[in-house]
Design a protein around this ligand. Structure first.
Ligand SMILES: Nc1ncnc2c1ncn2[C@@H]1O[C@H](COP(=O)(O)OP(=O)(O)O)[C@@H](O)[C@H]1O
Ligand SMILES: [Mg+2]
Length: 296
């Protein structure tokens, strides 16, 4: 099997654009959107992949696209729906690819927060606000917020995304589109989180991306996955502290125990950290989908 972490030239001859996790091949009006097993933490791509991670994220996004009833970029799960050149490593694409509509990406990360966590909790402790939005006093870490908040960010080419106010978002993409994206994000989060809760998963917060095509706004990228969201198991939920989660917490916690300074190449992950992280992704998948994970 080809190394799924880097996937060097799975589709020979077609220029590839690499995100942190995805390899994107351009076929004109369509993209082949391939989720590799790469994992990032603290804004670095780690030297090891997590086996099957790309397949898990792809199947989860597919589930949501089917369930959410919102216009989105998914055309098909079959890589043959783009003209793959001779020599394509088709087996390595299976289960981790989507053929999607190519859009003009709206340069805003649409973040919805339902709970107080991470950088939001840090800011709240200092100024009783999250991304500049004032909140009531007396909240504790991981508390459910009195109401959902929309906290947009700009997509940084390198490093951290930058939080912006709704007014700054309006300056960048206009009033109408800002309101439309905010309302769509709130609606999708609400419906997704409600469904996840029936599977004993709290979606504490998440990030959506949208694209424009033919004067239409559609949901793109990955949706409600443990990479784009904080997933917490309901049965262990206990406000007043950080929550165990289904995402990269394992990897982050392990990295914190090393001497890595987060400003240089990150260290190799030990086998057991890779394996435990893989199990967490699979656990999240199996809870939400209620089927054993299999990508065939
Ligand atoms: N339908 C689409 N059309 C154009 N670009 C898209 C589409 N869906 C997702 N993208 C872009 O593809 C990239 C996904 O790759 P990923 O590895 O997740 O990147 P990132 O490092 O930015 O998270 C993102 O830049 C995203 O904006
Ligand atoms: Mg991404």
């Amino acid at each position: 099997m080809a190394s799924s972490a880097l996937l060097e030239s799975i589709v020979p001859g077609i220029p590839v654009r690499r995100g942190k996790v995805r390899d994107i091949y351009d076929f004109g009006d369509k993209l082949l959107f391939v989720a590799t097993d790469r994992i990032s933490a603290f804004d670095w791509i780690l030297p090891n992949g997590i086996p099957d991670k790309g397949r898990i994220l792809t199947k989860l996004s597919e589930m949501w696209f089917e369930r959410l009833d919102v216009k989105n970029h998914l055309i098909s799960m079959d890589p043959h729906d783009v003209p793959l050149p001779e020599g394509t490593d088709y087996d390595s694409l299976l289960g981790r690819s989507m053929v999607v509509r190519k859009t003009e990406v709206v340069p805003i990360e649409c973040v919805i927060r339902g709970y107080l966590s991470g950088s939001g909790w840090k800011e709240y402790q200092k100024s009783q606000s999250v991304c500049g939005i004032s909140l009531k006093e007396g909240l504790t870490e991981s508390d459910r917020l009195p109401e959902l908040i929309f906290t947009p960010a700009t997509k940084a080419e390198e490093g951290h995304d930058i939080n912006i106010s709704f007014e700054q978002m309006v300056d960048i993409v206009g009033q109408d589109l800002s309101e439309q994206l905010r309302d769509m994000s709130l609606d999708i989060y609400r419906r997704g989180a409600e469904f996840a809760l029936t599977k004993d998963i709290i979606i504490a917060d998440t990030k959506f991306e949208f694209g424009q095509i033919d004067n239409e706004v559609i949901l793109i990228d990955e949706v409600l996955t443990p990479d784009s969201s904080r997933f917490w198991p309901v049965d262990l939920y206990e406000p007043g502290k950080g929550q165990p989660s289904y995402d990269k917490q394992f990897v982050r916690d392990w990295l914190e125990t090393t001497s890595w300074d987060k400003n240089s190449e990150p260290p190799e992950l030990p086998v057991e950290i890779i394996e435990k992280t893989r199990e967490k992704y699979i656990e999240a998948y199996e809870k939400l989908v209620e089927e054993p994970f299999s990508w065939k």
